[in-house]
Design a protein around this ligand. Sequence first.
Ligand code: C5P
Length: 403
Amino acid sequence: MALIALGVSGGIGAYKAVEIARGLQTRGHDVAAIMTRSARRFVGPVTFEAITRRRVITDQFAAGANSDIEHIQLATDIGLLVVAPATANVIGKFAHGIADDFLSSLYLATRAPVLMAPAMNTNMLEHEAVRANLTTLAARGVRFVDPGDGYLACGWIGKGRLAEPEQVVEAADAILAPPGSLLGRCAVVTAGPTYEDIDAVRYIGNRSSGRMGYALAAEAARRGARVILISGPSMLPPPSNVEVIRVRSASEMQAAVNAHLSSADLLVMAAAVADYTPDQRTDGKIEKSDGPLGLTLVRTPDILADAGRARGSANRPVLIGFAAESGDPVERGRAKLRAKRADMIVANDISRADTGFDSETNAVTILTATGDEAIPLASKSRIAALILDRAEKLLSPVPARSV
Ligand code: C5P
């Protein structure tokens, strides 16, 4: 794992950099935080010191220290320079080679890859000067995590918010990751719920945040796979380096899965697909009356089972499903492994508060033809890594692609 310099410049998003530092550490990296003068107006260095357990660099010429050459030492030691948030000012300084503080000097002195997460007011972001600076940096090989849309500190709603910490951490990790174990493979991952529309305003759907599927997509991308994430409605920001296809209903999800099935080496059905859909969708809104309302629900296609049938006796793609159960997850998961002709079922108990739906954590049992393996409570990104470790063993050595 690498030593990462985390440059924090002066935007309201500076507080999110604390989460970024923690996330990088969780993935096993060592973090040296550098704060610009204006960053220190938003967050105190002590916060970063407590998290990184390192002195936070705040000054190029700190008294008593050899800090005027410290940036040269750090520049050679780091595997990556991350700047989050990156203000218009720091972007401008990097683009023009101005070295008037520790962070801008470090940028010139290092040969490590650089990742920046811009954050600023929408008009600043769209200003020709900033766009030109971003283009200059991109042409030099600097990588970016694009800002998101939403409420900005200035009261505007628009593009310019610092990307979510997890997106920055993933992008950093992807740059540092050794050539991935899934290089040359294609993973189709479904995530989130599906919504089955009753009329123009009402729907039925399953509870699902999409976290498990998004974590699997992120992990597969980190391992070098081409990842197609087919997502039902979810509030989560998509991981970097994945192709996202947004769908709403089970039938839309199936169409998207089928469109990519022939290129997939892995199909991971982490989506909580609705099992039933109204037999007809009413245009407009059904007016309510005092009496009960009858709805006829019909079964949705079973996407995983259909993929199992379509695969027949071939060994590609490897098929992975989930079984979220409140009864005996292992017994029911095993029945699903057979019924859906899957290679792996990840069974979890949704009756626990710390697993399943909206939780950041999960505890699962991985079921395959060769046996069951219980994975105790862990973060969903850790569970995703363990699932893919097992899935890689099921991949045939050379993907059998038709010519
Ligand atoms: O049958 P059950 O819904 O419990 O199976 C869960 C697994 O099957 C999950 O992997 C889910 O994504 C998948 N599934 C599906 N199509 C459905 C329902 C579930 O592919 N209509």
